[in-house]
Design a protein around this ligand. Structure first.
Ligand code: NAD
Ligand code: WQD
Length: 339
């Protein structure tokens, strides 16, 4: 009998791709999502890719009565908790909204899990908890100095779950710190479609390539990096999805708490991304080098060696494939799930 995995935020970018990886690994995902930043039409695409109809419950992780009912009616074996808000700038503008969604949301979820006796939790954390690192690659032991309410909310949840684990050592918890997730499923049927003007580099480049935006503004060309532009550790969303399945298999081995970076260990600059995308799409990407963006770190990338040794997971897809898969999704779905 296939294990049921509750995927909160499963209609979103990373959650939807993880549902594909879960089905491929023989699990049965059940999605809980309030559709605040996603489109219900992703479900039909998931059915096309997986050949399975994934159960969807529309609702909020902060709704305790809904969670109690959900756990009563489903024999959930583990929870993957993606549901959360992720725009750094919005978190500065409305911190209480972010703490409510991200911290209170996880608190309500963990309490409902405890009441239902579900003790396996994979949590979407972020490399943003490191803030500006002393050096790269960043190991998990590096100090955490988040710089935004969003980053603080992720760190607070990590602390809350670590405290829970001290009190209840029979829990199995993975805190996964993602670097910069990009790309799309290779079918081109699911991908990332931000609402409004994209904040992040890859969706912006995609929209320039498809003609929705005129030019990319490169935020700073005078950083102390090889070409002067910012350097990040971009990681393919299907690699991340497989990392979650690896974390679930690891959790099945024994109770415990692990904190693990999910990245490639390789840095790429803004101009590296532009060049790789031009090659992947055959489209020129017009850009201007502008001022630095407030709050940006010049360069960082992760040390993924703990993920290799603990989870037996390694990112397999390179920057070129990230761009090819992003482009396949973007060109066939310029307006997202509405096409
Ligand atoms: P996303 O916005 O595409 O997905 C999040 C999903 O959660 C959305 O479908 C949204 O509707 C849902 N949601 C939000 N709040 C909810 C709530 N209270 N109840 C129910 N559903 C809710 O974002 P994503 O890129 O897929 O990110 C998933 C998780 O990974 C988030 O927690 C995010 O903070 C974390 N993360 C993302 C990145 C990134 O760059 N994409 C990097 C590091 C960490
Ligand atoms: C990447 C590089 C920009 C847009 C953010 C969050 C982080 C995590 C991942 C959730 C930087 C440059 C960007 C543009 C540009 N999310 N850039 N022009 O800032 O590394 O990380 O997403 O946890 O918390 O902060 O990602 O894609 O915005 O930027 O030149 O229009 O691209 O300056 O060097 P970032 P990004």
């Amino acid at each position: 009998m296939s294990e049921l995995i509750l995927v909160t935020g499963g209609a979103g970018f990373i959650g939807s791709h993880t549902c594909v990886a879960l089905v491929a690994a023989g699990y049965t995902p059940v999605i809980l999502d309030n559709l605040g930043n996603s489109d219900v039409r992703v479900l039909r695409r998931l059915a096309t890719i997986t050949g399975k109809t994934i159960e969807f419950i529309e609702g909020d992780v902060r709704d305790r009565a809904l969670l109690d009912r959900l756990f009563r009616e489903h024999a959930i074996a583990a929870v993957m908790h993606f549901a959360g808000l992720k725009a750094v700038g919005d978190s500065v503008a409305d911190p209480l909204h972010y703490y409510d969604n991200n911290v209170n949301g996880t608190l309500v979820l963990a309490a409902a899990m405890r009441a239902a006796g579900v003790k396996t939790l994979i949590f979407s954390s972020s490399a943003t908890v490191y803030g500006e690192p002393e050096s790269s690659p960043i190991p998990e032991s590096a100090p955490c100095r988040p710089e935004s309410p969003y980053g603080h909310s992720k760190r607070m949840v990590e602390q809350m779950l670590a405290d829970l684990h001290v009190a209840q050592p029979d829990w199995r918890i993975a805190l996964l710190r993602y670097f910069n997730p990009v790309g799309a499923h290779q079918s081109g049927l699911i991908g990332e479609h931000p609402q409004g003007k994209p904040n992040n580099l890859m969706p912006y480049v995609c929209q320039v390539a498809v003609g929705l935006r005129d030019r990319l503004a490169v935020h700073g060309g005078d950083y102390p990096t090889p070409d002067g532009t910012g350097v990040r550790d971009y990681v393919h969303v299907m690699d991340l999805a497989e990392g979650h399945v690896a974390a679930l298999s690891h959790a099945a081995l024994a109770p415990g708490l692990v904190t693990v970076n999910l990245g490639t260990g390789q840095g790429a600059s803004v101009l590296d991304v532009v060049k790789a995308f031009e090659l992947a799409s055959g489209q020129p990407i017009a850009y201007d080098i502008g001022p630095r963006r407030a709050g940006d770190v010049p360069a960082y990338w992760g040390d993924p060696s703990l993920a290799h040794s603990t989870l037996r997971w390694k990112a397999r897809r390179g920057l070129q494939q990230m761009c090819e898969d992003s482009w396949r999704w973007q060109k066939s779905n310029p307006k997202g799930y509405g096409n």
